[in-house]
Design a protein around this ligand. Structure first.
Ligand SMILES: [Zn+2]
Length: 157
């Protein structure tokens, strides 16, 4: 709200060193006891007799939130929405990256376990089919481990 829009709703308005003085609309005021000042974020109202901001606003038909300058600047609200959207997207990306990393580590562990299990196993009595199946599993595991090593080297570079 622009301060002029507020001033016109008040009676007995006069300039003061810090802003304006007016008769408080919320109590039977003969000697102006309402101080009006421009704050950083909005219009500051104070009744020296002790009326609350809600009572003062209600008496002149404005909402307390109307005292803030932002409500007259919808562009700022848009910028703020944009910022919070970017923040949410950033968090989403970070979470997705974590999940990918976790999956990669799971795969790596599994491959490591397969190869460790194969070490020292006596294959002399195995059929060709058994050997082929196991060789496939182990070569897959080996590829996973090799890719993991390459990724580590690429990350370090
Ligand atoms: Zn008052």
């Amino acid at each position: 709200m622009i301060i002029d829009n507020l001033i016109v709703r008040l009676d007995g308005v006069r300039r003061s060193p810090s802003g304006w003085l007016a008769r408080c609309p919320s109590h039977d005021d003969t000697n102006p006891s309402l101080s009006i000042r421009k704050g950083d974020k909005g219009v500051l109202l104070r009744c020296w007799v002790g009326c609350s901001i809600d009572e003062i606003c209600a008496s002149i038909g404005v909402a307390v939130r109307d005292l803030f300058y932002d409500n007259a600047q919808p562009f700022d609200a848009g910028a703020q929405r944009q910022r919070s959207m970017e923040k949410a997207l950033k968090q989403k990306r970070a979470k997705a990256r974590l999940m990918v990393d976790a999956r990669r580590i799971d795969c790596f562990r599994e491959a490591d376990a397969v190869i460790n299990t194969a070490i020292g196993v006596d294959i002399s009595t195995w059929s060709d089919e058994q050997l082929e199946t196991v060789m496939e599993v182990i070569s897959d595991a080996w590829l996973v481990l090799r890719d993991e090593e390459r990724t580590k080297i690429a990350d370090a570079a």
